[in-house]
Design a protein around this ligand. Structure first.
Ligand code: PLP
Length: 419
């Protein structure tokens, strides 16, 4: 795939050659219920382009072996390719060193690693952990487990009616007992982009480390962990056109070195006797057992693919889709968009007067349109807006303006069926 150029200012969909991009995604040719698939569930998982599929096939057919453990030909190739994938991730988020990238099974695993490795070692009774109302359950439940175990206290940053964090309240929560901040970069339920640079800077005034859940940000914007100065950053490959079962945790080397391992086993040790085990250096200290080798190499190929298009180009195009979808859906009587932050990614959560979200999803599916309905693993957000669930259309750079039109038509069909 050659790179695609787009003017950031242009509000003209034709500047982004979406048809050429769509040709890379075999799954977009599918028919569902006799209709062309319109895939609007990208916040849950995005689709995989042919170059990533090809890379996985090449690995499985010519390169597969276990890594780090043998001197034979295949093991050396697999080890090199796995290490290369780590370097691609390092460059993708501009980490200082490749040993600051830990391969995990995904964002959830990365956050649990920080909870066990950092939290269980450094958080004590009476310490306070700041989270926000916007967090995904994966950045709530591990900290609740830790708080229960240690007698720590969780403080929560509220949101306003637009779904934006109350930054004054965030700053008010800090005191000498504050020991950790867990912060979602982009809300999966609403699309809100949080002002994390400012929030990280404020936490550091109190010498408090900040973990960023970047699951919904990394696929949609350029991330520079050195410039953000975050302490930890986590995301999953399957939301970046890569395979399931792999993700990364970025951590500052000094912090990762100070942490205790999360899982014990092979490869994470330097030496083992029954009297004593000496742990390996980072990143290996946190990669016990056989890692997701194939998936990590596929992740590297997905990073290559996205980088070739350009994350800034992707962000600009998706923003046009968001503006268009917001305008079109707002015109439909009975549609209420939940989450209208000034800074958003291309996610539209909505309710329809008098119709349950699950019914909306079912009828849209009959027309081949895939949206997500439910609480989106963000029940505190649903509670804040006093809704049990929403329908969520989430866009990727391979979606077209006509996908938005199809969604609008589908919503009107749903209304005809139920009202
Ligand atoms: N955090 C956010 C914001 C998410 O959107 C998701 C997945 O939807 C996760 C964490 C969990 O990611 P995974 O299931 O890949 O571990």
């Amino acid at each position: 795939m050659n790179s695609v150029t787009i003017s950031r200012q242009a509000d003209d969909f034709s500047v982004f050659d979406v048809d050429r991009i769509r040709a890379d995604f075999p799954i977009l040719q599918l028919k569902v219920n006799g209709r062309p698939l319109i895939y609007l569930d990208n916040a849950a998982s995005s689709q995989m382009p042919q170059p990533v599929i090809d890379r996985l096939v090449r690995y499985q057919t010519t390169q597969h072996a276990n890594i780090n453990r043998a001197v034979h030909y295949l093991s050396e190739i697999a080890t090199t390719e796995y290490d290369n994938a780590r370097c691609k991730l390092q460059q993708f988020i501009n980490a200082r060193e490749d040993r600051e990238i830990i391969f995990t099974s995904g964002t959830t695993d990365s956050i649990n690693l920080v909870m066990h490795g950092y939290g269980r070692k450094f958080i004590k009774a009476g310490d306070e952990i700041i989270l926000t109302t916007l967090e995904h359950h994966s950045n709530i439940v591990p900290w609740q487990m830790l708080a229960q175990e240690k007698g720590a206290i969780i403080r929560v940053v509220p949101i306003n009616d637009q779904g934006e964090l109350d930054i004054d309240e965030y700053e008010n929560l800090f005191n000498e007992r504050t020991k950790f901040v867990g912060l979602i970069h982009v809300s999966n339920a609403l699309g809100t982009i949080n002002p994390i640079r400012r929030m990280i800077e404020y936490a550091h005034r109190y010498s408090v480390p900040v973990l960023i859940d970047g699951a919904q940000a990394a696929p949609h914007m350029t991330i520079d962990v050195q410039s953000l100065d975050c302490d930890f950053y986590a995301f999953s490959a399957h939301k970046l056109c890569g395979p399931t079962g792999v993700g990364i945790l970025y951590g500052k080397a000094t912090l990762l070195e100070a942490m205790q391992p999360f899982k014990g086993g092979g490869d994470m040790i330097a030496s083992v006797t029954f009297e004593e085990t000496i742990y390996n250096t980072i990143p290996h200290k946190f990669e016990a057992g056989t890692p997701p080798i194939a998936a990590a190499i596929g992740f590297g190929a997905a990073i290559d693919y996205l980088t070739t298009i350009g994350l800034d180009q992707i962000a600009a195009y998706e923003h046009m889709l968001l503006d268009y979808a917001t305008a079109i859906l707002s015109e439909i009587p009975g549609v209420k968009i939940i989450g209208t932050a000034a800074e958003k990614t291309a996610v539209i959560s909505f309710t329809l007067d008098g119709i349950h979200p699950h019914d909306i999803g079912t009828i849209l599916n009959q027309d081949g349109i895939a949206v997500r309905t439910g609480h989106h693993c963000a029940q505190p957000v649903m509670q804040r807006f006093k809704v049990p669930a929403t329908s969520r259309a989430s866009f990727a750079f391979y979606n077209k303006k006509t996908d938005v039109d199809a969604l609008a038509t589908g919503i009107k069909t749903v209304q005809k069926v139920f009202l």
